[in-house]
Design a protein around this ligand. Structure first.
Ligand code: SF4
Length: 378
């Protein structure tokens, strides 16, 4: 099978796949078709991932950290969350950095053509160890639900061996930031050629649509007929669950809830844009119009209103009305603290507030999906 791919490309590439899109592509080959839709995501999770990658690239390359508050503003994310994630990413990297020599390459753009497919990708960190004849690749994973990323790792290694043909092995390390764990796997050149040949058969020769929960990661979904049918069957699962209480297939119900949540959010935005385009009023044809109305909302500004409020309701009642936003407070404290002492300033403040009983900590339960066991098969 590896005759389809060898170290010299023979057939010009007609399709291309990015290593980071590989898990989705293997589930649904149609997801890599070029339909003119930009392959970018602007979700808060994607922005957090980009920010952590930027912080880490700078830290590894220049050995100094970008300021979390500035980066949080740049990517419009929470500074505290970014600080937490980038600290974890750094601690994981510190554990593994010994494999990457004194001067590793960061953000290495790679491409390799074979069997009519162009593989592309950017390695977060890479290093060729001549003595071991091994190229090491490191990837920071920042999502909760990074599913099965074995094919992604193989793609990075396949690309890395294209850059270092003298290497006999490629060693992939994933730093799973949120779970605070790393996964290691080593491949030989022959294994990766076999794998790439299977990928070419799946993506170039077989192709086809395959809808499922993975569609949520696909930029084609809003124009994809297969996705629309999948949304229809997800609605049927929800309707069934309403009659039958919770289903005996909880995985299907969970996936259906996520699909319908996203679809409803998208449909609401699309409808709003449609009404906006028609001057803010749309006849529903049943005696009602859908109207975009301006509403006034007033906020009480604590600074200028403080004396009036104290005089009118007194400090005890006022304390019940006032809520201090922790993330904004932390941002201000960090902004005012010198570089290198921002985290310590927040910790000091929280300790002082806690000492006077001003910190009310409670626990909440979030429903999130995580893997049952770590498995990176060859
Ligand atoms: S939306 Fe789903 S079915 Fe359609 S191309 Fe994307 S992954 Fe495939």
């Amino acid at each position: 099978m590896s005759a389809i791919i060898n170290n010299r490309p023979t057939i010009p590439a007609t399709k291309s796949v990015r290593a980071s899109r590989m898990p989705l592509a293997m589930l649904c080959p149609a997801s890599i078709e070029d339909d003119g839709i930009p392959r970018t995501s602007d979700s808060p999770e994607a922005r957090m991932g980009s920010a952590v990658h930027e912080v880490m690239a700078q830290t590894i390359k220049e050995n100094w950290r970008l300021d979390d508050t500035e980066m949080a503003n740049k990517w419009t994310i929470e500074a505290y969350e970014l600080q937490k994630q980038s600290h974890r990413a750094l601690a994981l990297w510190d554990r593994e950095s010994e494999w990457f020599g004194d001067n590793p390459e960061v953000e290495v753009k790679m491409s390799r053509e074979g069997g009519g497919l162009m593989f592309t990708g950017t390695a977060d960190v890479m290093y060729y160890d001549e003595a071991r004849k091994t190229v090491f690749v490191y990837d920071h994973k920042t999502g909760w639900d990074d599913a099965d990323f074995a094919d992604q790792g193989k793609a990075y290694c396949f690309l890395a061996l294209g850059l270092y043909p003298e290497a006999e092995f490629a060693h992939m390390i994933f730093g799973r930031v949120r779970e605070f764990a790393t996964d290691h796997v080593t491949y030989t050149n022959a294994e990766l050629l076999e794998w790439a040949a299977r990928v070419v058969i799946r993506l170039v020769h077989e192709g086809g649509f395959n809808a499922g929960p993975h569609c949520s990661n696909c930029n084609r979904k809003w124009n994809c007929p297969e996705y629309r049918s999948y949304v229809g069957s997800s609605m049927a699962i929800l309707a069934h669950a309403m009659n039958d209480s919770i289903t005996d297939k909880p995985a299907d119900l969970y996936d259906a809830v996520k699909v319908i949540e996203r679809f409803t959010e998208h449909a609401r935005s699309a409808l709003r844009l449609y009404v906006e385009d028609r001057g803010g009023r749309l006849s529903l044809g049943n005696g009602f119009d859908l109207v975009l109305k301006e509403q006034e909302r007033s906020e009480i500004l604590f600074g200028p209103g403080r004396d009036v409020l104290l005089a009118k309701i007194g400090p005890v009642a006022l304390a019940q009305c006032v809520k201090v936003k922790k993330t904004e407070l932390e941002s201000i404290v960090k902004e005012n603290a010198p570089r290198g002492a921002k985290g310590a300033a927040v910790i000091d403040l929280m300790r002082d507030l806690d000492a006077v009983g001003a910190v009310d900590t409670h626990r909440i339960k979030m429903m999130c999906k995580e893997r049952s066991a770590v498995a990176l098969e060859k």
